[in-house]
Every structure is written in C-alpha cells, then in structure tokens.
Design a protein around this ligand. Sequence first.
Ligand SMILES: *Cc1c(COP(=O)(O)O)cnc(C)c1O
Length: 377
Amino acid sequence: MAQTKNYRIETRSVHAGSSENLAGAVAPPIHLSTTFRRDPEGNLASDFIYGRSGNPDRTALERAIADLEGGAECVSFASGLAAVHSLLLTLSPGDLVLAPLDAYHGTVRLAKESLARWGLRTRFTDFLDPEDVTAGLDERPALVILETPSNPTLRITDIAAVAARCRAAGALIAVDNTWMTPVLQRPLALGADIVIHATTKYFGGHSDVTGGAVVLREGLELASRLRFVQTETGPVPSPFDAWLLRRGMRTLPVRIRAQSATAGKLAEFLSGHPRVVQTFYPGLASDPGHEVQTRQGDGYGAMLSFRALGGEDHAKGVLSRVKLFTRATSLGGVESLVEHRALVEGPDTKTPRDLIRVSVGLEHPDDLIADLDQALG
Ligand SMILES: *Cc1c(COP(=O)(O)O)cnc(C)c1O
C-alpha cells in the first residue's frame, strides 16, 4: 500500500510503509544482507548500497513512522538517545540548545557531559514559565527541545504556544513524543519542526527492542544532514530491530488507547487513596495540565506517578509488596512496571524520594488496582 493518506491512524499503523516483496508474503521479509549488488556498469539494483547507510526494513519502518506523525521524512536509530545525539550533532560547536529542566535524565547527561565538551551549550529551561522561555529565546538558541508530559511528574507544556514563540525567534523546535505517541498527540500539526521518539517504548510495545526515531516536517531541510551524521557515526537499528518495531507498530493504536484508559482508572483510584499524598496524571480533572492536554491531544497517556504517604520508606515498602506489577525501569510494554524513580536517576536528581513511577500495561484494570491497594497497605 503506497498511498495511505486517506486512511485513519489504525489502518495506517497496519499498512503504512509496506514495501513490495517478490514472494507476495503477507508478513514482510527481513533483509539481513549488509551489502547490495551492482550491475556490470556499476549501477545499483535498488536504492541500497551498504547496511550502515540503508536497508529495506529500515526504510519501511521510517515511512510508517513518518506517516503516523504526519511528517515528510523519518530517520530511525539504534536507540532513543542515539536519535537525540545525532540530532544534536547536526548543530555546530558554540550553538545553544534549550532543553526542559526536567528532561529525560539521559538527554540531560548527554548535553551536560559529552556534548558540552564538544562545545554545545545547553540552557535548561522551565517551559511552563513564559519569562524563562523569553530569557532563553533572547539568547538565540539554534534548537529548542520539549518533552511533554515531563518525566516523572507529568507536567504538560502547551506545544502550540511554545512552537509559535520559537518560530518567531527563528529557533527550530523538536518535541520528544515518546510518552504520548502519534496516536494521542501530533506535535508537527501543532507547529513543531521535529519529533523525537524512543521507539523502545510504545512503538515496540513489548519490552524487547531498543530503537529511536527523528521525524521531520515537510519543507525542513535537515534530512540529508541528519542522514549524513548517522551514516558517518553508525548508530543504525539492525534489520531485525527495524522489523520488530514495524511489527509492534501494527497494534500501537489499540495498545496505547487501552493502556491509557486503564491509567485513567488507576489515577482515579490513587488520587482517592488515604495513603497517597499526590497523584500526577494529566487525565485527572484536578491536574494542572488537564486543560492544555485536553486541547492539544487525543488522550492522556499510560504513564503516571504518585507520592506515597510516609516518605521514602513507605514508597520502598509499596515497591517491595507489589505482586502483579514488575519492579523495573522503562515504559510502554504490555506489562505494568513500577519504579522508585529517584533511585534510577541517581544522587543529583530533583525527583521526590517518595515518588513511584508507573507504566501501565494491558492487564485488567481491576487486577492492577487490587495489587496497588494491597501494596499500599
Ligand atoms: C526512554 C526515553 C528516551 C531514551 O530512549 P532509549 O531508547 O532508552 O535510548 C528518551 N526520551 C524519553 C522521553 C524516554 O522515555
């Protein structure tokens, strides 16, 4: 199926980017070959030359992700952080990047440790504070990176409002859309230039493949530079990883919608629980981000956090007592996970010590609520 524009997102998730194959196989083949044949005159038989620069499974995946995000082009990577890294390497030493104060800790570390030594400047900005945004944009950043909802307190940034200000200031704006996915939120339609994904999470959806992607809007002249950086440095997904991600994507809309519906039920339960101090979930009517997320998205996602009454000891007690939830980091899989986020982020984290982060999976909501109820004690 070449042209999927007129179909809805569920249909495009199944069919977008499919390439022809000679055998007529319904499930696509995997191309493990690292090199591609030339004819006697040296002409290539296809668009592919060598595995690091391109592979048919990768192309099929990239077309499908670009289709769902409404972008012109997608470049897929070996991990989410590889995607962020290559995007930042398209800038020049001395350039300034604005990143959220509470960005994904790997993004913060990459900017502060590795790329600072290379000459990239990063200003950590509170995008919910218009004056801080003004101060940041006054310093003429080359790129602004947003992450909404934030990790782990699910603060919601108004994408359209910040994108309009970036456009006026001449800065490119990228949105990390990992937590919402294009099913629930489409940043390019809200004025962003670039979308970033850790496809490790909901695109894969089964906690068994690591990957990343960068999607570019129509008319943005960045694809060849980004592909050049990737081909020169090599953070490419393997053919099998690209194939697994494309397979996971086919069920993305049904998974994320079911997981989000369950997350809403868990958030309601937690927000009424006497041993919970605070629940962070934009789907709650009382949440400070509720109104903006209702306006800018088609749902509230399947991630939530809560603070246990009684501090760090109670939080660790809850984690020790869960039976159905798995104690592990990451998110987006079919199995529900819990983690003590401050422990994962390390000693200089600002995350409250009594905070538990939850990735809601596809189990029955009543079973998950019963498990949290017994674990809260
Ligand atoms: C997981 C994650 C990343 C990093 O992705 P990896 O595949 O682990 O490198 C980046 N951003 C967000 C929001 C994430 O959740």
